[in-house]
Design a protein around this ligand. Structure first.
Ligand code: APR
Ligand code: PHB
Length: 389
């Protein structure tokens, strides 16, 4: 088989890139290791920047989001001293859209189906070949046979554990990493959200987050030690701990119920450079991971897709390569901005095992500045709604 852009991975990055390219008349094949049902069962974050909302609209898959998404103007920050609000819209004139990644992925699959895109699921042992030449190709196994796809370009959208990044020789690749000494225990429950907007809580017992998917589906997180196991946490224990960490007035009237999903995720910041090697591009989680504080993972995937789509459209439209040549540098500039923000949000809101009294005072001072200084709030708001593309 031959195509113009072979896309490895059918998560949000791969599907959004494929959809934009197909709509622009550029042929793609998406190779996904898992089944569609499996991809749609993964629960991830759910706060979209305006830039991502715009891109989904441009891809022709923003209609359900416009109907069912919840625009939020701000969020709450909570400390033992009380709760205060950061109004993004008042600070920087933009808002965010609360709409789950599962919904985004579903809408992308529906849009791809509608235009007859080629998505090959359960593609095993995907391997990338000759990416340093102008005739790269991909091989994979399915139904007991080996298949080959020749392409002009390969987009590695296969997440943190994919094969694409590892295809770039170690001599070329630079990796930057920070691992945090705790994880997030998350639950999903069919209950009304605790508040009208998200609550990020700094508490001596550890960080907590009250989030939502819609008005009958809530998502909550607790900072937990990395040694904790999901089995250690009954629903009752989760709710009890959450109520201790959220503002009292919120905890008192919070609806609780059985969890329909419960998992623990470690926190990590990771960037690989460069994001292009020959005819291979890395996109989304294949190139970078952020801790979830600030919900930047999916949004960074969207900005990567934006820059790459720009470059590939130019290549097929005008035959010039300035856009694809600039891809890695443009994407990385924005990625490091989001890396800084996610690291900062993580560092001001969590309890670190080795936190000294000095560190504690600095954390309190950071939160006080957010509460009392317009300039501190507007820096946070600018980053939360998304740095410009
Ligand atoms: N061959 C084919 N597909 C693969 C391979 C492989 N070797 N390895 C992984 N994949 C698939 C995975 O099954 C998955 O569906 O690639 C997809 C990657 O999807 P994600 O991990 O969701 O990554 P991405 O599409 O970049 O999405 C952005 O940012 O922080 C996150 O929550 C956010 O998951 C979101 C991500
Ligand atoms: C989520 O709803 O899953 C979520 C929201 C905001 C975050 C992280 C996760 O910062």
């Amino acid at each position: 088989m031959r195509t113009q852009v072979a896309i490895i991975g059918g998560g949000p990055s791969g599907l959004l890139l494929s959809q934009l390219l197909n709509k622009a008349g550029i042929a793609t094949v998406v190779l996904e290791r898992q089944t569609r049902v499996y991809v749609l069962s993964r629960i991830r974050a759910g706060v979209l920047e305006q830039g991502m909302v715009d891109l989904l609209n441009r891809a022709g898959c923003g209609a359900r989001m416009a109907r069912q998404g919840l625009p939020h103007d701000g969020c709450y920050l909570s400390t033992v001293q009380g709760q205060f609000r950061v109004d993004f819209h008042e600070s920087v004139g933009q808002r965010v859209m609360v709409y789950g990644q599962t919904e985004v992925t579903q809408d992308l699959y529906a849009a791809q189906d509608a235009i007859g895109a080629t998505i090959i699921h359960e593609a095993a042992n995907v391997a990338l070949h000759d990416v340093e030449t102008e005739a790269p190709f991909v091989t994979y196994e399915k139904d007991g046979q080996t298949h080959r796809i020749d392409a002009d370009w390969i987009a590695g959208c296969d997440g943190f554990h994919g094969v694409s990044r590892k295809t770039i020789p170690a001599t070329v690749r630079r990796e930057f990493e920070k691992v945090y000494p705790f994880g997030w225990l998350g639950i999903l429950s069919e209950t009304a959200p605790a508040a009208d907007e998200l609550i990020y809580a700094n508490h001596p017992r550890g960080f907590a987050l009250a989030s939502m998917r819609n008005l009958r589906l809530s998502r909550y997180y607790l900072q937990v030690p990395l040694t904790d196991k999901v089995e250690d946490w009954s629903d009752e224990a989760f709710w009890a701990e959450l109520k201790l960490r959220l503002p009292q007035e919120v905890a008192a009237k919070m609806e609780t119920g059985p969890s329909i999903e419960k998992s623990i995720a470690p926190l990590r910041s990771f960037v690989t450079e460069p994001m292009r090697h020959g005819r291979l591009f890395l996109v989304g989680d294949a190139a970078h991971i952020v801790p979830p504080t600030g919900a930047k993972g999916l949004n960074l995937a969207a900005s990567d897709v934006h820059y790459l789509f720009d470059g590939l459209s130019e290549f097929y439209g005008k035959g010039t390569t300035s856009g694809v040549d600039a891809y890695s540098a443009r994407a990385l500039k924005r990625i490091w901005g989001a890396m800084r923000f996610s690291w900062w949000m993580t560092s001001i809101l969590h309890r670190f095992p080795d936190q000294t009294e000095f560190d504690q005072k600095i954390q309190e001072s950071e939160l006080l500045q957010l509460q009392t200084l317009d300039s501190a709030r507007s820096t946070m708001a600018r980053n939360y709604v998304g740095l410009p593309y």
